[in-house]
Every structure is written in structure tokens, then in C-alpha cells.
Design a protein around this ligand. Structure first.
Ligand code: WT7
Length: 637
């Protein structure tokens, strides 16, 4: 029996049982046999969810990049580590071998050192999906700098907030980025952001689009000349197991984005282990995850998990619709991709285009299909299964979060029988449970409740950067001694989990996690807006779209509502990014409020869902009459 690589269902159940009955020896064995350590641990696990405080492999020392790169050099030096597919299909793909990756990461790490970056410093990375993004991430990890990757679709405001929250000393960006037919001036977005970031002393700029940019004296430097001058010498900082590896921001239901902190050893062990099993990766496979490294999916399953297993990981710069909607399948054919991991929103968008774009390409290399980021609906599941997998490639519907670091509930392909829309069973070491609102665990099958995890796992986030209290309140206060995910789920008659969606004010739009509060704050910045409330409603491609109820200061009749809608979305684009734009904006005279002044979102959600016959109890409202008027106003849409 192998704990590391599960090959059949019976083995899964045995391994799972062992991981629950004796978690410490389970993870210790995996850590011993599959990684290289500078020093072994004193204690595998210490935990107390009431603090909350969790440590894995305390006392151990390591460098994650030695596990992701150096140890493969002897056996896989010439194997492709990163296979870069550019936005432009006529530009050649780049195959970066493990040996080349080693050289490039060392050089980049030396540049960071030369520029005064030391262990523990925060470095913000704001780059498109080009090799330098992965290399910058690894170079930070190499010297123990804490990387904070910000998705390059975020606006200058959102970028500035994230840079300041974690006090980054440096930003790594590029002149611009190619996205389909568009060129985006990334550097000018950084320039704007830095007007309000005093802590940043250096900006390194990768040349990608050749567009013209401003270099600010003493602060901004082209990367290439620095690389040319840097020492190729091998450097690698010795890190403690619980040293922070990176910060990654995710939206909360209220307030500032949360800088989730992941630490070195546990994150490495779990992402490597889960990658191997979730994708059944074999030595010569070509693996492709279409996410952006700006999200956790890219951190764990484009960079760290695959590289820790010596895999070949594809990085795609472009978008699924350029030059046409066949691009994904053209890439699968071109590189003979074996494992393909994407989001339901992409599947739905591509399914809409019809089969012509699929049938042109040979997809026979595909062995495993993955889905992540939001619930996959039945129709999309079948389309994916029938037309991409040709009913021959299991779909792994993998549930997890930025906070969990790695895949938590997912079928293991060729091991766990799949069931459409079900994430099925927990991974070894993961102890999910369902809770009712009164803090009782729902025992047995055929139950529906709030999804919690009752025992620590190695890759869980350890805190929110600079705000441990918020970490405790958000994740460990709803249910006693449990990590609360924010999701609802049900367990069917055989114990399979199906994730039903968020139960808080986070809305997942096209697989992007958006909190309503920051969007409302942006909308309220419009001089004509008095107040707003945002809810989600079902959308056939995006999963959810955003519906905004907006109260205007002077009832709005005199203003052009079409222009107002445009202006509101413009403000959202500036404050957060285009992903947070509202699909529907309804101007209203008031919002349903409780006597304590809280907006009753439940009612607004129902109206946005067009479920107005069943609004529940509205008697506790301060202004029940407003409900009728909002319903009337909503029929226009
Ligand atoms: C939220 C986390 C983890 C990678 C990308 C998203 C939703 C994620 C699934 C799935 C149903 C899913 C949950 C979760 N989610 N995967 N397979 N089925 N819902 O990371 O941005 O931190 O979002 O995404 O609601 O809480 P994230």
C-alpha cells in the first residue's frame, strides 16, 4: 500500500482511515519519504482551534524551491518543467527545462538580493502569465522573501490596497500584458497605485509588450540588464517550517481583502501530495491548469504542486476566446495535454460556442479533466464529460479555497466513482463535517448544512496578515473548535459531498471570489449615489452575476439612468477591476431594513432571483412597504 499515490478505491478507504486515526504518523511518513529537508521536525503537529494556532513539522528546516527544482536536476534536468504557451498562437512555445529553471531562479534570486530584499520582506508580484511570473515567485521563495501575487486584472486601487496592507518593499511588473487582441498597460497601473504606496522603493519591470512606459528615476528598473549582471551562484535561504511562504489576498464579506498567510512546510507537503493524487500524474504527462497564478489555484497547481512532483506544467498567457473559441483545444492537441484543469465558467462559455470548435482538434491525449472554483452545474458537467473527455476521462470536481491551500474534497480519478455535480469524498487527512445553525453536527447521510473542517490539515492558512483577530472571527467563531468554510453542502446517501454554494456575503462570479462590501463602497463613491446593496443572481455562463440596488440622492428622475449605470460600473472598474461590474442596476427609493438598520439581503436576493412569491417573514422590517415597490421596479429587467 502506498500512502503517497492512491491507485484504487479500497486503498483510498484504507489510507483515509489511517490519516484520520493517526494523522501525525500519516503525514510524517509522507514528509519523510517524498521531500528533502535541511533538518527534520521535532513535532509533526500542534494545534488549538480556540486560539487558533496550528503548526506542522515544527522545528524542521527546508527550502521549498530545493524540493521543486534542485532535487530533480539529477534525474530530470532536461525535462520540461514549465511549458509556456504565448497569447499569440504564432509565437513559438517555450520549453523551460528543470536545469534552465534552476539557473533562472538563482539569477533572479540574486537580483532580489542585490536590490536589498531579504528573508521576511514582502514582494508584490503584478505580472501577466509569462514565465517570469513563476520564476519571480520561486525566486522569492528561494531567498525567503514573502511573495504577494496580485492578479494582473485588478485595478490600481485594489493593487495599492494590497501593497500597503502587507507593506511590500518591491513590486515586480511588466511593461504591459497581452490578453487576446488587447494590450494592457500594466506599468501605468502600477505607477498610479504607487502614488499612494510609500513603502515601495524598487519596481522591477519585465519587458513583454514593448509598449512605451515611464521609468521613475531610482525606483524603476528593467529586469533584464539586472539579470545579465547578476551572479549565477546558487543561493537558497534555510527556512523554518512555519516561516511564511506567501500572502495571497481573498475577498471577505466585509471590509478589506484578507491577506491569507501560508507557511512553508505544510503547504509544500499538502500541495505536492494532493497534486499527485488529484491528477494521477505520471512521469511523462503534460499537465495544464488554465488558472492564473494570481489565484490560489495557480500557486498550488501551476507552480508548487506540479514542480514538487517533477511534472511538466503548462502556463498559458492568453484567453480561451483568442484567436477563436477553439484555443484551449488547439493547445491540448499541440502539446498533447494529459490532465486539463479549468473552471465551470470557462466550460459554460465554451459550450455555448457549439461543437465545431471542439471537433476540429484531437483531444485523445486527455486522461483527467478537472473543475474548480464554483459549483459545476449538471449541464456543464455532461458537456465536459461527453465532448472533451469523450466519456473516457473522469472529471474531478475539486472543492477547496484560498484558505485551504490545497484540494480538500474531490474524486481521485480512476479511483473514486464520479457523480455529476458532486465533489464526492474528502482527501486523506481532511475531516469535513456538516453543522446546523445551532452548532450541532449533522450525523449520518442525506443531510444538508454548513461545511466545516474539524481537524487541521498541513496546508491550511495560519493567519490573516496583520489581523489574527479577524482570522479567528471569520473562520473559527461560527462553530466551536471548527474551521468554517463559508459554504453550504449536502451529503448524499453514500457519503458524497455536494457543495451548494456560499452561505455568506461572498459571491462567486466567473469563478472569482467577490465580497459585496468593497463593491458597495465603490458604488457609494458616485456623487449621485446615497446607498447601495449588492446581491448575486444566477447567470448561465458566469454562474452568478451581480445585481445592484441603488438609492440615488435626488430620486434620479432628472438624471439619465443609462449614463448613471455606465458611470457606476466605471467606478467599480477603477476601484476593484472589471470583474466586479454589475450586470443589473435597479434604482430604488429605499432598501428593506431591519429595525436595527441592517439591510435584509435575503429579500433582495429573492427579488433578484425572481422568487417574489416566497419572501418569507417581512414583518420585522422597518419599512415593509418598500418591498412591493422594489418588486415593481424589478420587472423591467
Ligand atoms: C470558494 C473559494 C480553490 C480554488 C479557486 C477558488 C467555491 C471552489 C468549488 C467546487 C463548488 C467551489 C467555494 C469556495 N468553490 N471550488 N469544486 N464546487 N464550489 O478559490 O477564490 O478562495 O474561492 O470557491 O464557494 O468557498 P477561492
Amino acid at each position: 500500500m502506498s500512502n503517497y499515490h492512491i491507485k484504487h478505491l479500497e486503498e483510498y478507504f484504507q489510507v483515509y482511515r489511517k490519516s484520520i486515526e493517526n494523522p501525525e504518523s500519516f503525514w510524517e511518513e509522507i514528509a519523510e519519504e517524498h521531500f528533502i529537508w535541511r533538518k527534520k521536525w521535532n513535532k509533526v503537529l500542534a494545534w488549538d482551534f480556540s486560539q487558533p494556532k496550528v503548526t506542522w513539522f515544527e522545528g524542521a528546516q527546508l527550502n521549498i524551491t530545493e524540493n521543486c527544482i534542485d532535487r530533480h536536476l539529477a534525474t530530470r534536468g532536461n525535462k520540461t518543467a514549465i511549458l509556456f504557451e504565448p497569447n499569440n498562437p504564432n509565437e513559438p512555445a517555450e520549453h523551460i527545462s528543470y536545469k534552465q529553471l534552476y539557473d533562472r531562479v538563482n539569477k533572479f534570486a540574486n537580483v532580489l538580493k542585490d536590490e536589498g530584499i531579504n528573508k521576511g520582506d514582502r514582494v508584490c508580484i503584478y505580472l501577466p502569465m509569462i514565465p517570469e511570473l513563476a520564476i519571480a515567485v520561486l525566486a522569492c521563495a528561494r531567498i525567503g522573501a514573502i511573495h504577494s501575487v496580485v492578479f494582473a486584472g485588478f485595478s490600481s486601487n485594489a493593487l495599492a490596497t494590497r501593497i500597503n496592507d502587507s507593506d511590500c518593499k518591491m513590486v515586480i511588473t511588466s511593461d504591459g500584458s497581452f490578453r487576446g487582441a488587447k494590450i494592457i498597460d500594466l506599468k501605468s497601473i502600477v505607477d498610479e497605485a504607487l502614488e499612494s504606496c510609500d513603502g515601495v522603493s524598487t519596481v522591477l519591470v519585465v519587458k513583454r509588450t514593448q509598449c512605451e512606459i515611464q521609468l521613475k528615476e531610482a525606483r524603476d528598473k528593467w529586469l533584464q540588464p539586472l539579470l545579465d549582471m547578476a551572479s549565477p551562484e546558487r543561493i537558497a535561504e534555510v527556512m523554518d517550517a512555519e516561516d511564511p511562504l506567501f500572502i495571497l489576498y481573498t475577498s471577505g464579506s466585509t471590509g478589506m481583502p484578507k491577506g491569507m498567510v501560508h507557511t512553508a512546510a505544510g503547504y509544500m507537503v499538502y500541495t505536492a501530495y494532493s497534486f499527485k493524487n488529484a491528477f494521477q500524474y505520471r512521469e511523462d504527462d503534460i499537465y495544464w491548469c488554465t488558472a492564473d497564478i494570481g489565484w490560489i489555484t495557480g500557486h498550488s497547481y501551476i507552480v508548487y504542486g506540479p514542480l514538487a512532483n517533477g511534472a511538466t506544467t503548462v502556463m498559458f498567457e492568453g484567453v480561451p476566446s483568442y484567436p477563436d473559441f477553439g484555443r484551449f483545444w488547439q493547445i491540448v492537441q499541440k502539446h498533447k495535454v494529459n490532465q486539463f484543469y479549468t473552471a465551470p465558467t470557462a466550460i459554460r462559455a465554451l459550450a455555448k460556442q457549439g461543437l465545431d470548435m471542439v471537433e476540429k482538434y484531437d483531444l485523445s491525449s486527455i486522461k483527467v479533466l478537472g473543475s474548480v472554483g464554483e459549483p459545476i452545474n449538471e449541464e456543464a458537467w455532461h458537456w465536459y464529460n461527453d465532448n472533451i473527455g469523450k466519456k473516457n476521462a473522469p472529471i474531478i470536481d475539486s472543492w477547496w479555497q484560498t484558505e485551504t491551500g490545497g484540494i480538500m474534497i474531490s474524486p481521485i480519478p480512476y479511483v473514486t466513482p464520479t457523480k455529476p455535480t458532486y465533489a464526492t469524498l474528502p482527501f486523506p487527512g481532511i475531516q469535513p463535517c456538516l453543522m446546523d445553525e445551532d452548532n450541532n453536527e449533522l450525523i449520518g447521510n442525506r443531510v444538508n448544512g454548513r461545511l466545516c473542517i474539524k481537524f487541521p490539515w498541513p496546508s491550511m492558512a495560519r493567519t490573516i496578515w496583520g489581523n489574527h483577530q479577524r482570522y479567528k472571527e471569520t473562520y473559527f467563531s461560527s462553530f466551536q473548535d471548527m474551521y468554517f468554510t463559508g459554504d453550504g453542502a449536502l451529503r448524499d446517501e453514500v457519503g458524497y459531498y455536494r457543495i451548494t454554494g456560499r452561505v455568506d456575503d461572498v459571491i462567486i462570479v466567473s469563478g472569482h471570489n467577490l465580497g459585496t462590501a468593497p463593491i458597495e463602497d465603490a458604488v457609494n463613491e458616485h456623487p449621485a449615489v446615497a446607498e447601495s446593496a449588492i446581491v448575486g443572481f444566477p447567470h448561465d455562463v458566469k454562474g452568478n452575476a451581480l445585481y445592484g440596488y441603488v438609492i440615488l440622492k435626488d430620486s434620479g428622475e432628472s438624471r439619465n439612468q443609462i449614463n448613471l449605470r455606465k458611470e457606476i460600473n466605471q467606478i467599480i472598474t477603477e476601484h476593484i477591476g472589471p470583474i466586479a461590474k454589475l450586470d443589473k442596476i435597479q434604482f430604488t427609493e429605499g432598501l428593506p431594513k431591519t429595525r436595527s438598520g441592517k439591510i435584509m439581503r435575503r429579500i433582495l436576493r429573492k427579488i433578484a432571483h425572481k422568487k417574489t412569491t416566497d419572501l418569507g417573514d417581512t414583518s420585522t422590517l422597518l419599512n415593509p412597504e418598500i418591498v412591493e415597490s422594489i418588486i415593481k421596479g424589478s420587472v423591467d429587467f
